[in-house]
Design a protein around this ligand. Structure first.
Ligand code: SF4
Length: 216
């Protein structure tokens, strides 16, 4: 919590996730893999301009048309497949009602999402935390790098063990976990890069060792 307070004091509340409604957050979480957010925004703008931002429309859109619309997000053929896989699951069970799909326990939703080809833990947890508004901690590369450099995890730690550490160290609070992840992203993007800029970083006063970074 002390680390959170330091980041929050430096950056303010991050107001995540940038997205208009649950479906758009899910789409953004899938499209943001391996690209930056400005490219995702262009892809989402294309989907909206084509009036395709609904489960039914996305389901009925031919793969080629979907791939073309999301082209700005990169890896558009693979991402169109992943999006189609996700949408097919929602559509088969809940039709156009994404809210009903999301309105289940964290455990059930996580198992369902991880069962979709192309959705890994980070994307699944992003959907659960930001689209469903349920408590699961999102771990990304920034989270791992920051915690490793601060001696809180070891290089052998897995996604699940880092998530467990964060969840068990913090009060269970969706709002807190929502903004905590966003703060880690801000620190990672601005300071804790492969070549770190500790000077001026809000976490500088906490013990750290930059040689602990193992960036692949
Ligand atoms: S103080 Fe340095 S090691 Fe710690 S998060 Fe900031 S940049 Fe990374």
């Amino acid at each position: 919590m002390e680390m959170y307070d330091a980041m929050r004091a430096a950056f303010g509340h991050r107001q995540w996730w940038p997205g208009d409604g649950a479906l758009e957050i899910c789409v953004g979480a899938i499209l943001t893999q391996n690209t930056n957010w400005s490219n995702v925004e262009k892809a989402i703008a294309n989907l909206k301009a084509a009036d395709a931002m609904s489960v039914t429309h996305l389901h009925k859109l031919p793969h080629e048309s979907l791939a073309e619309l999301i082209r700005p997000a990169g890896y558009y053929n693979i991402k169109a497949k992943r999006l189609k896989n996700f949408i097919a699951k929602v559509y088969a069970e809940y039709g156009d009602d994404i809210e009903a799909f999301l309105d289940r326990s964290v455990e059930t939703l996580r198992v369902e999402l991880l069962g979709v080809n192309g959705i890994g833990p980070e994307t699944a947890d992003s959907i659960i935390l930001y689209a469903a508004g349920k408590p699961t901690f999102v771990v990304d590369a920034y989270t791992g790098r920051i915690l490793l450099r601060h001696g809180l995890i070891s290089p052998e730690d897995t996604y699940e063990s880092i998530k467990e550490l964060c969840e068990s160290s913090l009060p269970t609070d969706v709002e807190l976990w929502n903004d905590f992840h966003a703060q880690f992203v801000a620190v990672g993007a601005r300071h804790c890069k492969p070549r770190p800029r500790c000077d001026g970083c809000p976490l500088e006063r906490f013990d750290h060792d930059i040689s602990a970074a193992l960036d692949g």
